[in-house]
Design a protein around this ligand. Structure first.
Ligand SMILES: Cc1cc2nc3c(=O)[nH]c(=O)nc-3n(C[C@H](O)[C@H](O)[C@H](O)COP(=O)(O)OP(=O)(O)OC[C@H]3O[C@@H](n4cnc5c(N)ncnc54)[C@H](O)[C@@H]3O)c2cc1C
Length: 534
């Protein structure tokens, strides 16, 4: 079958694949980017799928990680059509009894709101923000660079000092329940932390949840939860335009079926239409770890111990999403929720623990935790004046993701929960679209049952344990093949770091010290995969 040849082929045009293609093209490489779907973006796409005139973000919608990511910032996507815009308030948690907690655009405004809930909480908030400001730059650099983050880690240590480093390490191990109770007197302040921790799949009662909650609220306070004007897809289109302006060839609508491994090295890919794309230097895979290892790469090319580790790969929970076109904005009882782009609802602070426990034992949560986006509030271009484009998602146990009856019942529960805190919501609905876990996966093969983090964010699958015990780096046991998707460190979210790290690793392996680097990686993998009994 006909073949084309390039320096590098990137499999998958999610944000990570698009960033990887840009980084390689910036270095002068000749790149082919292959995407199974008809358009680029992966879980960053939008469409008028509910009703004409209403733009719906089909997956991700709010982009604090992208706004804070040094990787995305340095691509200057504003030159390729990206304009960020914000809701009047960043986020609210609408509690079932009608109260609301609000994260506002300025720290002083958030603090004064929290102070009204409990004396001292405002000051505690400002202290937290001051601590964040001290370390945010080295911390973000450390999070978004390949493991180990030597330079940024050293800067972080210098900025934090001994006391600060101990505090940060404790925070990384703390549960968000404990952290919330240590810092704040009111449930409103605590639920801002715990609700944000639930953007990961870590239970509020598990180690690691405090770090997630803290990171997301602090990012929300720092850069907001911005959205691209016109729809999430504008972000992907800007990445595509930039890549194409540098000569990247984008092929949509055809899957990669195999990574070609010859003489122990990745040499290119085979496509579903039978053609091959040969790569002189590297293959970068923006796909999930389980679909790469033993899927696109035949098991015979992978060490047995590594395949055993891949079998232990731990997915995050399934996701169910519903999109609505509304005649008018949501009539929240708690006025605090009206101006927020993102609204959490369905359960209170204790209820979040119940939801996590249900998901853990495979039971459908009776009171689901709902993350909702008021998109016209965040970006007036999303629907006609006076209307609202809205979505909401919730998590399901993976075992129930394919049960149509259970999914339908959960959609009813989601609508009932919104109605409880916004009486009249139902009568505003003019059209609705349900994206079941299967629909999400059909639209993006990397979203297994709608899992949005490409594998659990729990501590046992972080750093050198992501995606399997190994290097915590994009290099795989197959030379020339790099894992560029969110299954790699630092994980899910639209920040581009997984793609960037993979591109940097591929470029360095062809750079002046490439021979040394390749030898070091080979040695590291052989040590990691050595049978301890041998
Ligand atoms: C419902 C939902 C809501 C989310 N909300 C947010 C949010 O608000 N903010 C945020 O920061 N993050 C959010 N996320 C997470 C974020 O979208 C993902 O972490 C991110 O998109 C991962 O990027 P990626 O490039 O690694 O993978 P993906 O975006 O999943 O892209 C992978 C691409 O690879 C393609 N592909 C897979 N297999 C093949 C193959 N064999 N051949 C060719 N192409 C292939 C897929 O079609 C897809 O286009 C959300 C995710 C979901 C599902």
């Amino acid at each position: 079958m006909p073949a084309m040849t390039c320096d590098a082929v990137v499999v998958g045009a999610g944000p990570n694949g698009l960033v990887a293609a840009n980084a390689l093209a910036d270095a002068g490489w000749d790149v082919v980017l292959v995407e199974a779907q008809d358009e680029v973006g992966g879980a960053v796409r939008s469409a008028e799928s509910v009703e004409p005139g209403f733009v719906t973000d089909l997956f991700s919608a709010f982009f604090p990680l992208a706004a804070a990511s040094p990787v995305i910032r340095d691509l200057h996507l504003e030159q390729h059509g990206l304009v960020w815009t914000h809701a009047p308030d960043v986020l609210a948690h609408a509690l079932p009894d009608g109260r609301a907690a609000v994260l506002r655009r300025s720290a002083a405004d958030t603090a004064s709101g929290l102070e009204q809930h409990h004396a001292g909480d405002g000051e505690a908030w400002l202290r937290m923000v001051a601590g964040w400001d001290r370390i945010r730059d080295p911390l973000l650099d450390a999070l978004f660079t390949p493991f180990p983050p030597v330079r940024s880690g050293a800067r972080l240590l210098r900025r934090s000092g001994v006391a600060g480093t101990l505090d940060l390490t404790r925070l990384a191990l703390l549960t968000v329940r404990r952290f919330g109770h240590e810092e704040f007197g009111s449930e409103e302040a605590r639920v801002l932390l715990s609700g944000n921790a639930m953007h990961s799949d870590i239970s509020p009662d598990s180690a690691g949840s405090a770090l997630f909650g803290w990171l997301l609220v602090m990012l929300g306070q720092d850069v907001g939860f911005p959205v691209p004007e016109g729809g999430a897809g504008v972000l992907a289109t800007a990445l595509r335009r930039r890549a194409e302006s540098l000569g990247v060839q984008v092929r949509c609508g055809v899957s990669v079926t195999e990574v070609l491994v010859e003489s122990g090295r990745a040499r290119g890919v085979r496509l579903a239409d039978g053609t091959t794309v040969r790569a002189r230097h590297a293959v970068l895979a923006d796909v999930s770890a389980p679909s790469l290892y033993g899927g696109l790469v035949q098991p015979s090319h992978l060490p047995g111990r590594f395949l055993d580790d891949v079998r232990r790969f731990d997915w995050d929970d399934a996701t169910l999403k519903v999109n609505w076109a509304l005649d008018h904005p949501i009539p929240w009882s708690a006025t605090g929720a009206r101006g927020a782009g993102t609204v959490h609802l369905g359960v209170d602070d204790d209820g979040l623990v119940d939801v996590a426990a249900d998901l853990s034992v495979g039971r459908m949560p009776r009171d689901p935790f709902i993350l909702l986006g008021q998109m016209t509030t965040a970006d007036a271009t999303r629907s006609p004046e006076g209307t609202e484009s809205v979505w909401a998602y919730t998590h399901l146990p993976r075992g129930l993701a394919g049960d149509e009856g259970a999914v339908a019942r959960q959609v009813d529960r989601m609508e009932a929960a919104i109605e409880q805190v916004a009486p009249g919501f139902g009568s505003a609905v003019r059209a609705r679209q349900v994206q079941s876990p299967g629909d999400l996966q059909d639209a993006d093969a990397s979203l297994s049952r709608g899992a949005l983090n490409a594998g659990t964010a729990a501590l046992h699958q972080q750093l050198v344990f992501r995606p399997t015990r190994g290097l915590g780096r994009p290099e795989t046991p197959v030379p020339g093949l790099y894992l560029a998707g969110a299954s790699a460190h630092p994980g899910g979210g639209v920040h581009g770091a997984c793609g960037w790290n993979a591109a940097v690793a591929a470029l360095r392996h062809r750079g002046p010290l490439g021979v040394v680097r390749r030898a070091m990686v080979r040695t590291a993998w052989s040590r990691v995969l050595r049978d301890p009994g041998a």
